[in-house]
Ligand binder design. Structure first.
Ligand code: ATP
Ligand code: MG
Length: 565
């Protein structure tokens, strides 16, 4: 915490603001963390003042488009005004109080951002959910979280109604809709008539702000609680920053609103820097929509999952000229070097990889300007002492494979979750010695770059060799026929288990003889990476099973192989 962040140095608006100078002594370690902090009053309302004083570029704070001509632009002041009205809907009409929990399942609509800020103003804990959730998923989330209110739209309201009788904690259903629905309060109507008179509640810096469900890649999603400190205060102290934004930047993250990535990359982190958050409604994630949007809007930073970039590079990009795109970020899953290379050759842009978890936020990152080693997730992010450890929490030397871990004692890093809700056992199990262990295997090289090998249980052990699926997948994807692939273990009488690849063929590739293609792909892997890793079994599929956040569910494929489902 030595030097102030880059944005502070470079942007006169920031330097003039007391937003940063206020925390500089905390940054230098000369002063304790503040006891009370609320992102709405301590950051957003401050930006509103800076804006009023004419010290912020004329960017909107929030810019939403729906691709059909619909557009919403808010300044920080407008965001303040509207979110106070929304806070009154939640408190005065719905009777929600500080500490209450509300599940919010909305697509990428402006109301999602309004409700987020409104909850902060009222001290209500927001639990975002992904729009693809089914009735069963919603039931699990309502029961597990004991939420007293749910906010959703017409699409998901019937699913909520079908399970509501089993949710004894649920008191209020609030719909964002032009029409009415029986048993539901209408947010859109109520909002119109509310006053904007609302005073932000006082919250302690450790008070909860959000509870996120993990992606559920390896089992039931876990409830991860984050605080004012881990979400809103952390970026204020960051000296080197994964998004590297200033108040004149425009950032677009394409993630679903239910994923922590949206809260980080499309809410807390950009707004700390006074940046403009760009949102496209994106009912479907289609290449043409993304590419046209980048060509028509001055988005400077794009954040997406590897699947997004894998999809984009399948297109002929020569007909698009991006207006202002300068910085691309990908995370949530490993990014294949081949995809990076193709994106670079087609657009001239690098993809900066980030690595993180719902529990810890962004732990590693390829920062802007740093040397890129394709296939690596970059170096430890500010506040995190990331190490590779063994089963006894001993730190392993560079090059040696072990578990990726973050030192959590004696000081819990800023950015860490508070706990797994109602699960002290799980919270305790995630700790090993002085470290929090991620459940991911990796290595660190001499330069401090981290390399992902695979999730603990994704590692394939064949004839005594340890094989990480990612390396095999990356080799396969280098072949023009392969659009996407997942590699898992499969039973084998002789070797115990062997490598099996599920392959989705590229739409531009036509092939009649799949048997010879399979052989060609095997030979290709043998040439690209150590031959013992080549997939002895191969299956061509139309699509891969994915979590609602778009991650490949290798465990599902593996269970099928082993006859476990
Ligand atoms: P669950 O914990 O419920 O099984 P999940 O771990 O997928 O689900 P998230 O918190 O969304 O839930 O994802 C974190 C995990 O995603 C990491 O532990 C890691 O396995 C993977 N991950 C994230 N970023 C990267 C990356 N850049 N490279 C490789 N893997 C990544
Ligand atoms: Mg996890």
């Amino acid at each position: 915490l030595k030097s102030p962040c880059r944005a502070f140095h470079e942007h006169p608006g920031l330097r003039a603001s007391d937003l940063y100078s206020q925390y500089e002594s905390v940054r230098r370690g000369a002063q304790e963390m503040p006891k009370y902090f609320n992102f709405a009053s301590d950051v957003l309302d401050k930006w509103s003042e800076i804006e009023k004083a004419g010290k912020r570029p004329s960017n909107p704070a929030f810019w939403w488009v729906n691709g059909k001509g619909g557009e919403v632009k808010w300044s920080f002041e407008e965001l303040g005004f509207l979110s106070r009205k929304a806070a009154n809907v939640l408190t005065k009409v719905c009777g929600l109080q500080k500490g209450d929990r509300v599940i919010v399942i909305l697509p990428r609509v402006p109301e999602w951002w309004l409700v987020n800020v409104a909850c902060m103003r009222a001290g209500i804990v927001l639990i975002p959910g992904i729009s693809q959730l089914t009735a069963k998923d919603i039931l699990y989330r309502l029961q597990a979280s004991k939420a007293t209110c749910i906010i959703t739209n017409d699409t998901l309201a019937p699913a909520v109604d079908s399970v509501a009788s089993e949710c004894q904690f649920l008191k209020t259903k609030l719909i964002v809709s032009k029409g009415s629905r029986e048993g539901w309060l209408n947010f859109t109507e109520l909002f119109k008539n509310q006053s904007a008179d609302h005073s932000c509640v006082k919250t302690r810096i450790q008070d909860p702000v959000c509870i996120f469900f993990t992606s559920g890649t390896t089992g039931f999603p876990k409830m991860v609680e984050h605080s004012q400190s881990s979400l809103g205060f952390r970026p204020l102290l960051s000296e080197r920053y994964w998004l590297d934004l200033t108040a004149s930047d425009i950032i677009w993250s394409t993630a679903d609103t239910g994923w922590i990535v949206t809260s980080l990359a499309s809410l807390f982190d950009p707004w700390v820097f006074g940046s403009c958050i760009f949102v496209h409604h994106l009912p479907q994630i289609e290449s043409a929509t993304i590419l046209n949007t980048l060509s028509r809007h001055p988005v400077g930073t794009l954040v997406g999952a590897p699947t997004l970039f894998r999809m984009l590079v399948q297109n002929d990009l020569s007909s698009y000229k991006f207006m202002n795109l300068k910085h691309c970020v990908s995370g949530g899953e490993p990014l294949n070097p081949e995809v990076m290379e193709q994106w670079k050759s087609k657009t001239g842009l690098d993809i900066h990889e980030i690595y993180g978890q719902t529990e810890m936020g962004i732990i590693c990152s390829v920062f802007k300007g740093m040397k890129i080693k394709p296939g690596s997730m970059g170096k430890a992010a500010p506040f995190y002492d990331v190490q590779i450890v063994d089963k006894n929490a001993n730190i392993l030397p560079p090059g040696q494979e072990g578990e990726i871990a973050v030192r959590s004692k004696p000081i819990r890093p800023l950015g860490f979750f508070s706990k797994y809700v109602d699960n002290p056992k799980k919270t305790a199990a995630s700790e090993r010695g002085d470290f929090f262990v991620t459940g991911d295997k990796g290595t660190m090289d001499e330069d401090g770059y981290f390399w992902f090998i695979g999730r603990d249980d994704d590692i394939i052990i064949s004839s005594g060799y340890r094989i990480g699926p990612f390396e095999v997948e990356s080799a396969l994807i280098e072949h023009p026929a392969v659009a996407e692939t997942a590699v898992v273990s499969s039973p084998d009488p002789l070797r115990g288990e062997v490598v099996k690849a599920f392959v989705v063929l590229s739409s531009t590739f036509s092939c009649g003889d799949l048997k010879s293609l399979a052989h060609e792909l095997q030979e290709h892997v043998k040439k690209t990476t150590a031959p013992y890793k080549y997939p002895r079994k191969m299956e061509f599929v139309q699509q891969l099973p994915k979590t609602v956040t778009g991650k490949i569910k290798r465990n599902e494929l593996r269970d099928k192989e082993w006859g476990r489902m």
